[in-house]
Design a protein around this ligand. Sequence first.
Ligand code: NAD
Length: 350
Amino acid sequence: MKKILITGGAGFIGSHVVRRFVTRYPAYQIVNLDALTYAGNLENIADIEHLPNYRFVKGDITDVDFIMAFFQKESFDGVIHLAAESHVDRSITDPLAFVRTNVMGTMNLLNAARALWGNVKEGKRFYHVSTDEVYGTLGETGLFTETTPYAPNSPYSASKAASDHFVRAYGETYGLPYVITNCSNNYGPNHFPEKLIPLFIHNIIHNRPLPVYGDGNYTRDWLYVLDHAVAIDLVFHAGKNHETYNIGGFNEWKNIDLVRLLCEKMDVKLHREPGTSAQLITFVKDRPGHDLRYAIDAGKINRELGWQPSVTFEEGLEATIDWFLTHEEWLSHVTSGEYQRYYEAQYMNS
Ligand code: NAD
């Protein structure tokens, strides 16, 4: 039996990874470690809480003593590390929080895995989940590959880049068996409504302005979160040690085109006149250091592991909108309290 630690499993992507592993691999013991920050929500995984091969532990990866003792006690075979501060805008206002969680937290997990596994590599794996934002920005053409030099532009991407480097360095220096994946923008159920797609769905429902940064010509490559979870499963089981794999949706959209598409779909879903939601689009002051374009070449994971997205963007977006329209209670829970204050500071004064 394998015992696997998944960090950040109450968050957006982590919840889908936890659900996939718990339900697909009943012989594994899955331990979900999450500090339940503003972004962590146990409602995201309430449906699998009762399963015998699943356990939740509330804990903070920045707490070095706790993490060391936790690894010694639990004796994990594998780690899938997703816990992070994940929002670029928050990293601009509080960069240190990102260093603490994304860099120091990852260091604590690396040290604990090293102390636990020693020189044993067989049957052990440290999987670090990362972002394509570490590569910086592209111009109008080209794609990020696994060999694109790192050039992070935001405190968020710098902290993720630093953590990627430490994971790689622990592999080279101490022989830690690791894999890293760098993935493009995800969307789907459980997405916290500070990020573009869920924020705009929420705002359209409530007839609030849709704040589009700058001229809206920023390009992102969007991937349905369940397809990311499938890729993580594949890389965890079949990826090669000491390798990086890029994961992307082959699905580039300029922000403004994506917002217009979303508005059209929401008009239909909400039985509003065509063009109603688009009237909410408001161009706001640009984000500092805003990367123009991200696009992933996911050829390596496709060739070596046979992965490709299973849904089109149209299908994924429809499913996402339907999920948000049928989970009003979830939305109202996460949009109250701390999030509400953040939202007002971020978008009401611009
Ligand atoms: P999220 O913000 O939705 O979830 C992060 C989770 O980590 C939350 O449950 C939070 O409570 C937990 N957490 C935060 N600090 C913690 C700490 N100190 N100790 C323990 N738990 C803590 O993030 P997400 O969008 O699901 O991203 C998950 C991972 O995937 C991150 O590492 C992120 O960098 C990476 N990633 C995200 C995207 C994306 O589009 N969202 C794309 C590529 C990679």
